[in-house]
Design a protein around this ligand. Structure first.
Ligand SMILES: O=C(O)[C@H](O)[C@@H](O)[C@H](O)[C@H](O)COP(=O)(O)O
Length: 260
């Protein structure tokens, strides 16, 4: 697994804008070399802030939106129309403003969708959708995600993998249901660490004072069961995108040289 690289920006607005610019370049490069790109979105304020910055970015339409696959790292298991769903918030922030191919926007099932309230069935269905999209080079489990983004919770959770709960301990399945999540709503669908670690690049987004402790814990050698963010690593790159507030408790040795 790749060691985390850190970039620290002045504040959360600049972090969102810089991360959006970084994502544009990453997608454009993937489309230039492979004709397509695959990105995993995250819910939460930092994730939605990045999408809003991307919507406003002058270079945003360098992306060929029709050749982009969007997946989610997790979803709150709520009815389709619930404004708290990650996909709903992503649509408002960006997706409804760009010409995506609807068949390539892979939202996780809602609690009033084809699987009803059966969150395990919803998770299995998403795992099958991922497997169908996986190429032979992916060992048949998940497609090659160019970038998988994760917000980081104050307790070091990523996606809906919360410290010590069963989902973070999953080593085989790529998608599982979550019950009793400490962050509401309690029922969720989430990628697991094996699925996250299949991504080429994993970007962790952490801005705000409330993330400083989590960043310090996750980057100082904590185990992934106690600190799930510590287990979120990409095959080619693991990148923490922080603002100064979130980096304020990092040991000086971890703080990147000459940034912010
Ligand atoms: O469904 C969710 O809530 C998110 O996927 C969750 O993992 C989020 O990314 C973190 O809790 C950080 O959220 P903030 O960026 O709002 O602090």
């Amino acid at each position: 697994m790749t060691a985390p690289q850190l970039v620290v920006h002045r504040d959360k607005e600049l972090m969102a804008q810089a991360a959006a610019a970084r994502l544009i370049t990453r997608i454009v490069d993937a489309q230039a070399s492979r004709g397509t790109a695959s990105v995993v979105l995250t819910g939460g304020r930092n994730g939605n802030g990045l999408l809003a910055a991307l919507a406003a970015a002058p270079a945003r339409d360098a992306i060929d939106w029709g050749r982009l696959d969007l997946w989610w790292g997790d979803e709150r298991f709520l009815p389709e129309a619930d404004p708290e769903r990650n996909v709903t918030q992503a649509r408002e922030a960006l997706l409804d403003s760009v010409p995506l191919d609807p068949k390539r926007v892979h939202a996780m099932p809602a609690s009033d969708g084809p699987y009803g309230a059966d969150v395990e069935a919803a998770a299995e269905a998403y795992a099958e959708e991922l497997a169908l999209a996986a190429g032979p080079e992916n060992h048949g489990s998940v497609p090659t995600f160019d970038v998988l983004m994760l917000g980081v919770g104050p307790d070091t959770h990523v996606a809906s993998l919360f410290p010590e709960l069963p989902a973070v301990r999953e080593t085989e399945r790529t998608v599982v249901g979550v019950h009793g999540a400490p962050k509401p709503p309690p029922t969720r669908v989430t990628l697991t660490l094996p699925a996250i670690r299949a991504a080429r690049e994993v970007w962790l987004l952490a801005a705000g004072e409330d993330k400083a402790n989590a960043a310090a814990i996750a980057l100082s050698g904590a185990g992934e069961i106690q600190a799930p963010a510590a287990g979120a690593r990409g095959r080619a790159r693991t990148l923490w995108l922080l603002d100064r507030s979130a980096a304020s408790q990092l040991p000086r040795s971890l703080y990147p040289p000459a940034t912010a």
